[in-house]
Design a protein around this ligand. Structure first.
Ligand code: MIC
Ligand code: SF4
Length: 645
């Protein structure tokens, strides 16, 4: 039996476990990346592990999220990350160099290698054939220290691409079509592999748009083959030596196969407030819009912005629309500046932003009240834009640019024949914003710069024999980590200050939640299906831990968040019988009797509802290894225990 692309990479990196669906497998990680919003915590955790120098082939620390500096906090955290990077063997991508995923694709990604990043859109690297996965900061810290990264061996899904995209239909429309068919929970426990003759018609940045937004499917990752197109891209980045060919065996077996005829797709949008709420632009009709934002790790490549510039050239942005553009990397920015496209964007009236995440994570450019905002980004969760009643639609750069001119949703196909932007044969290479780490012999003299914003991370103790606590919150399906621990300009600067962050935990759902936790001292959370989807931020576990949350009981979980809960020492359970969700009300007094013994022995877990006088059965969502973690009170405690032994 042949192998899929992902199975080939997994096989080469397998440190423990068998490659059978559902098994816990440990993988050797070649590369890691962090960004600043999750990085400070990840490096504090790395320091706590006491490993002097990273053991990966390449680790890069990017500064791209917290670039709005309205106080000392972000700038201090950047200095901390820069000094840690220098000391411990990590490359440092300075603020201004671009969004981690875009820069990593351009300058560091290598087909066939494994990459984990403390950011859920790390699968962008799948566009050049990397096995690239998002992870919690602690898992990234462990991988930097040479430890394995554990995942549950996923199912393999093949998406067969046939035909060729029509004029004005773009890679964004491909992934929106996949989201339409599979939904935001459809990828959980799966790796999505693209194949078929349509693959060769897509450039690497287009493939990366598709794998990037595969995160919104909940997939472990998405991956494309590494072929001549990949080789040409790497050559144009002066990295031809990094190329290897990668393709699935002809007799590889997939658990699911989907067919997409590229020529049949039309421009689409993900409507408020979920990336899988898909309509075609024609179905939406000529609805008036207020804002257009072009950028983010999904759609800010050279090709994307050149197409936008060609659409805007010689025209003016509609008087009722604010258009913001953030190029994905310094390379992209610089090339647009050199070839004159930047001048076309400026002349048309675009508000040019720095090369960073910016508005995608609510760092500025929040829309007006009830404002309709068209964005080329990947997430439109409620409130994420910074305006609670903002209406965010996710669209392609082409749809965004054309609509910015007309002031209403506009199908770019109305422009007639398309524009041909060739892939450059040579990108502009200048890595002057990447700082190499100090040589080993100098690392001891590097001083770590720690500002006052950096506070201790919360500690948890060994699992108790019995837990009695109230259901302090009950929520519905598809709760995102943006609900649990919101981001945005006002809160993001405090990612290294858990006590302060705790004031905002679940603020989108229930502002009184943090106070309730403080009053009760401990509690549990009841969730619906796909609990914890979205961002990889481990703060969505660390902050509840700080607030005394002992267990989360949900219908199902998103992969990264579930792992983050176990890493933090919070128990993740699903209902043995999903209908039991309805039997628990917020503020019911719950009890997990003999829970330590049950986790230790793998025996039945019973939840007593003391308020209702009922009893139900729960399923711990824990591998054998994770059982050990939660018994010890989380991954850091476990690692310490192991090293003491
Ligand atoms: C996001 O897109 O939500 C983020 C901000 O990039 C997060 C990481 C974070 O919360 O810092 C992600 O996707 O993991
Ligand atoms: Fe940054 Fe947005 Fe990409 Fe997250 S999704 S890494 S915030 S650009």
């Amino acid at each position: 039996m042949g192998y899929t692309i992902a199975q080939k990479i997994i096989r080469e990196h397998l440190l423990s476990g068998e490659m059978e669906v559902g098994n816990d497998i440990g993988l050797r990680i070649d590369q890691t990346l962090t960004q600043d919003a999750t990085g400070t915590m990840a490096y504090l955790e790395f320091e706590a592990m006491g490993v002097p120098r990273v053991k990966t082939e390449r680790s890069v620390a990017y500064i791209d999220h917290n670039t709005l500096q309205t106080g000392f906090e972000n700038a201090d955290d950047h200095r901390f990350i820069q000094s840690v990077a220098k000391k411990h063997g990590i490359y440092f991508s300075r603020p201004g160099n671009g969004i981690c995923h875009q820069v990593h694709l351009e300058r560091f990604g290598i087909p066939g290698k494994t990459l984990i990043g403390s950011d859920s859109h790390t699968p962008t690297g799948g566009g050049i054939g990397m096995l690239a996965m998002g992870a919690g900061g602690l898992d990234v810290a462990v991988a930097m220290g040479g430890g394995p990264y554990y995942i549950t061996m996923p199912k393999m899904v093949r998406i067969n691409l046939t035909g060729k995209l029509s004029d004005w239909v773009s890679a964004k429309d491909v992934i929106l079509e996949v989201l339409r068919r599979m939904t935001v929970k459809g990828g959980v426990g799966k790796i999505i592999e693209y194949g078929g003759e349509g693959v060769a018609t897509l450039t690497v940045p287009e493939r990366a748009t598709i794998t990037n937004m595969g995160a919104e499917l909940g997939a472990t990752t998405s991956i494309f083959p590494s072929d001549d197109v990949t080789k040409a891209f790497l050559k144009a980045q002066c990295r031809e030596q990094d190329w290897v060919e990668l393709k699935a065996d002809p007799d590889a077996v997939y658990d699911e196969v989907l067919e997409i005829d590229l020529s049949k797709l039309t421009p689409m949008a993900a409507c408020p407030h979920m990336p899988d709420n898909i309509k075609t632009i024609d179905e939406i009709g000529k609805k008036k819009i207020d804002q257009v934002l072009i950028g983010s790790c999904t759609n800010s490549s050279y090709l994307d912005l050149m197409r936008v510039a060609a659409i805007l050239k010689g025209k003016t942005v509609h008087p009722d629309v604010s258009l913001g553009i953030a190029p994905g990397s310094k390379q992209v920015y610089n090339m647009l500046a050199e070839n004159g496209a930047l001048a076309d964007l400026i002349a048309a009236g675009a508000r040019i932003l720095e090369s960073a995440c910016g508005p995608c994570i609510g760092m500025g450019q929040s829309p007006n009240s009830n404002g309709i905002s068209l964005r080329t980004f990947n997430r439109n969760f409620e409130g994420r834009s910074g305006t609670a009643n903002g209406q965010v639609y996710l669209v392609s750069p082409e749809t965004a640019a054309v609509s910015a001119l007309t002031g209403v949703f506009t199908n770019p196909q109305e422009l007639g024949s398309g524009i041909e932007i060739p892939m450059p044969e040579q990108f502009l290479i200048n890595d002057n914003m990447v700082i190499a780490p100090a040589p080993v012999e100098e690392m001891d003299s590097v001083e770590i710069l720690r500002g006052p914003n950096i506070k201790e991370f919360p500690a948890s103790g060994p699992l108790e024999e019995q837990i009695t606590a109230k259901a302090l919150l009950k929520v519905g399906d598809n709760i995102t980590t943006d609900h649990i621990m919101p981001a945005g300009a006002k809160i993001l600067p405090y990612r290294s200050n858990i006590p302060y962050l705790s004031n905002f935990c679940f603020a989108v759902c229930d502002e009184a939640f943090p106070q309730r936790c403080r009053d009760e001292g401990k509690g549990m959370v009841i969730g619906g299906a796909n609990y914890g989807q979205g961002s990889s931020r481990e703060h969505a576990a660390l902050v509840p831990l700080y607030l005394g949350i002992k267990a989360v009981i949900a219908k199902s979980f998103a992969r990264i968040h579930c792992a983050n809960l176990a890493n933090a020492g919070i128990l993740p359970f699903t209902f043995q019988n999903e209908a039991d969700y309805d039997t628990i009300d917020q503020m019911d007094e719950l009890q997990l009797p003999d829970i330590r013994t049950a986790i230790q022995n793998g025996s039945k877990v019973v939840l007593r509802n003391l308020t209702k006088g009922t009893e139900i059965e729960l399923e711990p969502v824990l591998t054998d290894r994770q059982r050990e973690l939660v018994l010890a009170g989380g991954l850091l405690n476990y690692t310490r225990e192991q090293s003491e032994k």
